[in-house]
Design a protein around this ligand. Structure first.
Ligand code: NDP
Length: 338
């Protein structure tokens, strides 16, 4: 059985996460028991939620235990099988973690899913046709519930969730406006992802200035806002929300390292009779089949062409992860493991 390189959480961050919170180790892969398969990971997904798991504080999910392999989505290939459900060569998606191989029990519900790579590249099952894509779908379809012609806005617009959101909102006939960091990302949002406009929040020192720029791109106000960031960006969007607007609270990345992200005028929620709803995509497994079908068709037809930032080798994962939290990624952040 092969030697397995792994990255474990060695210690918890105080404030900003650093590479020294992680440790690279190696261990032997255990012999397979009946019902188990050995998966060789081709790609590891890096996602902002992992930052929350590094803390040992109240959260919607359990903290990452110290000394254990970091949690994470993976795609790869079955290389050995003692399960009738999987054959060597099957391409699979699972939660293999920050390591080169994983042993998976076929009795664990949903632990491993076969995927078809005929029209969708394997890596996209960690992005547009995976958890981030379904996240965009849930927030848009189930919380924002847009009508054709309405204006919807998303922050972190060029990331894994943001790019899927653009294609889904366009398919529903919405005016779709992004908020992203820097001129390159904003150009890409409009030219490649099909946003009608994109606002560079980094050009603005405060919420009032950013709000004025967003207002120009949203002349009829905002009907639906998909929140990925929090802080100044949310404070800039709130005054522009139309009456009975909907805000899907998906992420608050501006606060993941512990900075406070206060809402300066919560009375706007009342004044505009807004619906503000947080959600965790893993708690809505019932929508995944429909969402994945639509996302797969959008990718297969070329209407969604997601970009990826790929780090190479497991040892590159910590720096790539820290870069993701600072916006160094352009689209879905992955680590290629073979
Ligand atoms: P992205 O690929 O969008 O990467 C994160 C992006 O966040 C960065 O590229 C950066 O973009 C932006 N960002 C980072 N720091 C800041 C900051 N201080 N202010 C403003 N923007 C910042 O990640 P994902 O698409 O994977 O995730 C997007 C969001 O969705 C995250 O908040 C994540 O936690 C959340 N999420 C929630 C889920 C749920 O179930 N609720 C499931 C999946 C994701 P830029 O350069 O444009 O600033």
């Amino acid at each position: 059985m092969p030697l397995n390189q792994q990255i474990v959480l060695d210690n918890r961050p105080t404030g900003e996460a650093t590479a020294s919170n992680f440790m690279l180790v190696a261990s032997d892969t255990p012999e397979l028991q009946d019902g188990q398969v050995l998966v060789r990971h081709h790609y590891l997904s890096l996602d902002p939620y992992m930052r929350g798991r590094m803390n040992d504080s109240k959260n919607y999910a359990a903290a990452q235990p110290l000394g254990q392999v970091m949690i994470g989505g993976t795609v790869g290939e079955v290389v050995e099988s003692r399960s009738p459900k999987f054959q060597p060569g099957d391409k699979v998606v699972g939660m293999g973690g920050w390591q080169q191989y994983s042993v998976v029990d076929d009795k664990q519900p949903g632990a491993l899913r076969k995927v078809d790579t005929t029209h969708v590249p394997l890596s996209h099952y960690l992005g547009a046709v995976g958890m981030p894509g379904v996240t965009a779908w849930y927030g848009l379809v189930k919380i924002i519930e847009p009508q054709a012609g309405q204006t919807v806005v998303i922050s972190a617009a060029t990331g894994a969730v943001g790019s899927a959101f653009a294609a889904l909102a366009r398919a529903r006939g919405c005016r779709t406006v992004g908020i992203a960091g820097g001129p390159d990302k904003c150009r890409y949002a409009v030219d490649e992802l099909g946003f009608d406009a994109c606002i560079d929040y980094k050009l603005h020192q405060d919420a009032a200035s950013l709000s004025m720029a967003i207002k120009v791109a949203c002349p009829k106000g905002i009907d639906g806002y998909f929140e990925n960031v929090g802080g100044m960006v949310l404070n800039a969007v709130l005054p522009l929300m139309n009456d009975f607007g909907r805000i899907a609270v998906c992420g608050m990345i501006a606060g993941y390292d512990g900075e406070p992200t206060p809402i300066t005028h919560p009375a706007l929620i009342l004044r505009s009779r807004l619906k503000v709803q947080g959600f965790i995509v893993a708690e809505h497994m019932e929508v995944w089949p429909d969402a994945l079908t639509e996302l797969g068709l959008l990718v297969g037809s070329g209407k969604l062409r997601p970009r990826e930032t790929v780090a190479h080798g497991l040892e590159a994962a910590p720096e790539a992860f820290l870069g993701l939290l600072k916006g160094k990624n352009f689209g879905k952040q992955l680590v290629k493991l073979i």
